[in-house]
Design a protein around this ligand. Structure first.
Ligand code: 4NP
Length: 164
């Protein structure tokens, strides 16, 4: 039987700012498109400092103001996660470097892409800037990048998975 679920994960450093926002925005998009049962969405961090924590309060506030509720709890990516994932999106290059080490086979490494490689306004800058040590503007910037990029990721999935 043809596989009819695709599994996507967003990965940043702590899994409390960028990647959980991407998860929330992507899930909101999937809900509006009636695709929540066909695309499994998760997020994770390459680090373990915040495991179990809810998203950063500043990120939640920015998201809520734009209609996105963030419900995830932080987890750390595990090598075994790669088996069931189809697409793993790194939020910046250091996350990508860590993920390249976590993946165990070439087939698993081929599942990795930079999140901003789908950003129509990336202009060669493929890092979603880490907002953790900065002010509110950093969270707005992250929101804007994630919000304009998620529809392009869905477009990519639709081109590759005929059941979407
Ligand atoms: P995130 O942001 O990777 O977007 O979740 C960070 C969260 C925590 C830390 C750094 C970045 N930290 O150093 O604890």
């Amino acid at each position: 039987m043809e596989k009819s679920i695709v599994s996507v994960s967003f990965v940043c450093l702590g899994n409390i700012c960028r990647s959980p926002l991407a998860q929330g925005v992507f899930e909101d998009l999937l809900e509006r498109e009636g695709l929540l049962e066909k695309v499994m969405v998760s997020s994770a961090g390459v680090g373990n400092w915040h495991v179990g924590a809810e998203p950063d309060a500043r990120m939640q506030k920015t998201a809520k103001a734009r209609g996105i509720v963030m419900r995830s709890r932080a987890q750390q990516i595990q090598a075994s996660d790669f088996r069931q994932l189809d697409l793993v999106l790194a939020m910046d290059q250091s996350n990508m470097d860590a993920l390249m080490h976590t993946a165990r086979t070439d087939a698993e490494r081929e599942k990795l892409k930079m999140f901003r490689s789908f950003d129509p306004e990336a202009n060669g800058d493929l890092d979603v800037p880490d907002p953790y040590y900065g002010g509110d503007k950093g969270f707005d910037l992250v929101f804007n990048i994630v919000h304009r990029t998620c529809p392009k990721i869905l477009q990519y999935l639709r081109q590759h998975y005929s059941f979407l």
